[in-house]
Design a protein around this ligand. Structure first.
Ligand SMILES: NC(=O)c1ccc[n+]([C@@H]2O[C@H](COP(=O)([O-])OP(=O)(O)OC[C@H]3O[C@@H](n4cnc5c(N)ncnc54)[C@H](OP(=O)(O)O)[C@@H]3O)[C@@H](O)[C@H]2O)c1
Length: 353
């Protein structure tokens, strides 16, 4: 299929969700040269419209001929929809950039973070499913990549602090509603979204548990990190849902294959990484709150921004090969829609504005 006047005909499945909404904002913000734009959601959203670059588009339901004429379809409606509809998009001649977990560990499907493994993307005339990794995985691998290249990795341990927006629009509503209830003195009601009340609480479970005691989110991070970095490095993950609105934070303990003596060397290495912003340690240690502006990223600070931020970089006291760091990024942007758009920009050789 030829692309008329270099305009890419785009579909967005899940256009009314929080990731879909971020896709629409980014298409506009990055000046993505879309021609046709078709927006899909469930039956419940029929009759609604969304405005992109000043033009109103109707929300449609998925249909057998719905992808005809499209070159690219972003999927953000969950595993079941992707499993059925992404192959249909490819059969209709489009690239399917999939935010769900449906195809990520399929050995035939490329799992892409463009800064790291864009070399695995198929040619522009070979439509395929391209998997977008898990949000926590993306920010972790963006930080690990420069360290892996320069020093080699021996092991990675990571603990996550994940915002409610990672559970979609319902997750955000749940935080607002349950916080309001708690402030009004009501007993916390059972949550349909999280395994335990989320207001003023942290929940050490994202997804179901396997026999070894790991939850699905942890398994995704451990497997996807190795696939993207193309390394057999041991990765151990522990994931926690926290009552923040947007942006995921992680503490990573990164064990390097080479000894590095100075924090500055690690900071410089990370600062050379694509898509990374390093917030360097304060020159003087302080133990009091409010003595100096925070020299580290936080979830509220990074929400709405593109890069992956790293701060609080320091060496472990007992294992000189291990470095601790705090990695924070917007899960809806780099953790989902931005990474998807960057994949599309690479496939169609588009420079963002
Ligand atoms: N949130 C994140 O941080 C994040 C990060 C990475 C990946 N992801 C993945 O991205 C996907 C979407 O997540 P989200 O957070 O955006 O969820 P969300 O806010 O709950 O949005 C879900 C979207 O799917 C649509 N949908 C539901 N049933 C559908 C159907 N039968 N046909 C077409 N569309 C249907 C919904 O439409 P209605 O509004 O009509 O119900 C809505 O647009 C999931 O696979 C998620 O795992 C999310």
């Amino acid at each position: 299929m030829s692309i008329v006047n270099e305009r890419v005909n785009v579909g967005v499945v899940g256009a009314t969700g929080v990731v879909g909404e971020t896709f629409l904002n980014l298409l506009e913000e990055r000046g993505f040269p879309f021609g046709e734009l078709r927006l899909f959601a469930s039956e419940a959203s029929q009759g609604q419209t969304r405005t992109v670059s000043g033009r109103e588009y109707p929300i449609q339901v998925l249909s057998e001929d719905g992808f005809d004429g499209l070159h690219l379809v972003f999927f953000s409606s969950g595993d079941d929809i992707s499993r059925v509809w992404a192959p249909k998009a490819v059969a209709a001649g489009a690239f399917a950039v999939d935010n769900s977990a449906a195809f990520r560990m399929d050995p035939e499907v490329a799992l892409i973070v463009p800064e790291i493994n864009a070399d695995l993307l198929p040619a522009r005339n070979k439509p395929a499913i391209i998997a977008n990794p898990n949000c926590s995985t993306i920010q972790l691998v963006v930080a690990l990549q420069p360290l892996a290249k320069k020093y080699g990795l021996q092991a990675v341990r990571v603990a996550t602090y994940q915002s409610v927006s990672g559970a979609g629009r319902n997750g955000i509503e749940e935080l607002f509603n349950s916080t309001r209830e708690a402030l009004e003195g009501e007993e916390p009601s059972a949550s349909a979204i999280f395994p335990a009340p989320i207001a003023f609480n942290c929940v050490p479970q994202i997804g179901g548990f396997n026999e070894q005691g790991f939850c699905t989110e942890e398994v995704k991070i451990m497997n996807e990190t190795r696939k993207i970095l193309r390394l057999e490095v041991p990765v151990s993950a522990f994931t926690v849902r926290v009552p923040t609105l947007n942006g995921h934070a992680e503490v990573a303990w990164v064990t390097l294959a080479k000894t590095v003596h100075h924090t500055e060397e690690i900071e410089n290495c990370l600062a050379s990484g694509e898509g990374l912003e390093v917030m360097r340690s304060a020159p003087k240690a302080t133990n009091a709150v409010g003595q100096s502006p925070a020299a580290y990223p936080t979830q509220a600070m990074v929400s709405g921004r593109d890069p992956v931020y790293v701060g609080r970089i320091h060496r472990d006291l007992h294992d000189p090969a291990t470095w601790l760091m705090w990695i924070v990024s917007d899960n809806l942007k780099k953790g989902a829609a931005l990474n998807g758009i960057q994949i599309a920009e690479r496939i169609f050789d588009i420079k963002p504005q």
